[in-house]
Design a protein around this ligand. Structure first.
Ligand SMILES: C[S@@+](CC[C@H](N)C(=O)[O-])C[C@H]1O[C@@H](n2cnc3c(N)ncnc32)[C@H](O)[C@@H]1O
Length: 449
């Protein structure tokens, strides 16, 4: 079968969608991989790597292009700009592709897209870049240097450099660019961790125990997760270790009634159901039918019956839940600055104003859902961000407004490697590159009797 489109043309389509039409990269990439079924595994891997890599390193790539092109990146025609970006990514990060092939393919693509008059320009810029790539000088000023080297917008660095020292910020940035194994949580109600390890190995998966929890593993070496029988049978869930720590820190007791107010797709709710050992009840809530459908799919796959999902807006008081819950989980919508490594283009799309707005949304939800906690009960607040305004600042704000709550000790629920990271008693800020996890924040409050 003749191929209607080349891999590089497909990559260009993805880059155009993301940079010019505001489509999220995982959606653009997912659409393409679903549409071009004729592609083989190697071609799909090439498209994924070049599209994601180009987006991941875009600030650095534009900086490099600006050194070698008379026309600045901002002034280029979008198609040419994106052809050059993906070519520079290949020149800099893919040793397996010869420089001459990168240049020739880029020129061919520019011609095919109707920019024949610019083929000399594309060829000149890329050959010049290929020859002088090693001589590129990066900015001297620390913030500008980190921004270019790790392709991170300066406003995010400004925020972090106020909270963390330069060395820590660089560790976070370097970690975002590392390729990570998938972390999974054993469904211990169905199988013990060692037996799951054996099952996965028998399915050809490489398995490594995570150092923080005995039932967590890092897995690699499989093709498509959904094809694994052990996954289909619900023997494990994909979940970052940081999210599992919410379940550990919440520490439910058998028979507890738990409300998770922002639960989709259900990772933490289902973990808590697993910990209840067939007793008690978990209510997993989210805002829309679609989100609740996602939770139900996961509940069904993992086969639990003492958990139910329902549509409910967490910012509106549910009178029927007042003082009913032993544990309330508020894993709230946030800026996601702790998981930028997983969401390639989020760093370019999110803004300081959005982060500020989210901190206010978090306050408005916290201000409602605390009422569901029974006297003596537990209230856990978490986010996947490393931005103080959405984490510690909200904790201080909450405690000041609600003196009937105090921070509860959490060290006893953590492994030795994490005990020292507990701040202000009851709060844990995990940082990528510093901890073996995503960037994540957890605070545990107790409501006084
Ligand atoms: C961080 S995610 C939750 C992840 C989930 N706890 C898990 O572990 O799988 C935040 C969720 O909050 C939901 N959400 C946002 N605003 C909400 C609201 N007002 N009421 C209920 N859910 C809301 C979003 O739909 C999203 O699914």
């Amino acid at each position: 079968m003749t191929k209607p489109l080349s891999e590089r043309e497909i990559v260009l389509g993805i880059l155009m969608d993301v940079t010019e039409h505001d489509v999220y990269s995982h959606i653009a990439l997912g659409n393409v991989l679903a549409k071009y079924q004729y592609l083989d595994k190697k071609e799909r891997a090439f498209i994924t790597r070049v599209a994601e890599g180009t987006l991941e390193h875009m600030i650095e790539i534009d900086y490099i292009l600006n050194q070698f092109s008379k026309v600045k990146v901002k002034k280029m025609k979008p198609v040419i700009r994106n052809i050059l970006r993906s070519a520079v990514y290949q020149l800099k990060y893919m040793d397996s592709v010869p420089d001459s092939a990168v240049c020739n393919e880029a020129v061919k693509l520019a011609v095919k897209k109707g920019f024949g008059t610019l083929k000399g320009f594309v060829n000149g810029v890329l050959r010049n870049t290929a020859r002088n790539l090693e001589q590129v000088e990066y900015p001297k000023e620390p913030r500008a240097f980190l921004s270019v080297k790790y392709s991170m917008p300066e406003w995010i660095l400004e925020l972090w450099l106020k909270e963390y020292d330069e060395d820590t910020v660089e560790k976070i940035l370097a970690d975002f660019q590392k390729e990570k194994p998938v972390t999974i949580r054993t469904n211990v109600s169905r199988i013990n961790p060692e037996a799951l390890e054996e099952r996965l190995k028998s399915e050809g998966v490489s398995v490594k125990r995570h150092p923080y929890l005995p039932y967590a593993y890092e897995i690699t070496g499989y093709d498509y997760l959904g094809d694994l029988r052990s996954f289909q049978e619900g023997l494990f869930a994909v979940q970052d270790i940081s999210s599992m720590l919410v379940g550990e820190i919440a520490a439910p007791k058998e028979g507890n009634y738990i409300i998770d107010v922002c639960a989709a797709p259900g990772g933490k709710s289902i973990h808590l159901a697993d910990k209840l050992n067939g007793t008690g009840q978990v209510k997993a809530r989210d805002l829309t039918d679609y989100k609740v459908h996602l939770i139900r799919e996961n509940i069904d796959r993992m086969q639990f019956d003492h958990i139910s999902a329902e549509v409910m807006d967490a910012s509106v008081l549910d009178e029927n839940s007042v003082e009913k819950a032993d544990i309330v989980i508020a894993d709230l919508p946030c800026s996601g600055l702790g998981v930028l490594g997983r969401k390639t283009d989020l760093k370019y799309k999110t803004t300081l104003e959005q982060a500020e707005e989210l901190a206010e949304i978090q306050k408005s939800i916290l201000d409602v859902v605390w009422q569901y906690v029974k006297p003596g009960g537990t209230f856990v607040y978490s986010t996947c961000t490393i931005n103080r305004a959405e984490n510690m600042d909200n904790v201080h704000w909450f405690l000041e407004k609600h003196p009937e709550f105090i921070l509860a000790p959490i060290q006893e629920h953590l492994c030795d490697a994490l005990k020292d990271s507990v701040m202000n008693q009851g709060c844990l800020q995990l940082l990528p590159g510093v901890h073996e996890s995503d960037g994540f924040f957890i605070a545990k409050f107790q409501r006084l009797e």
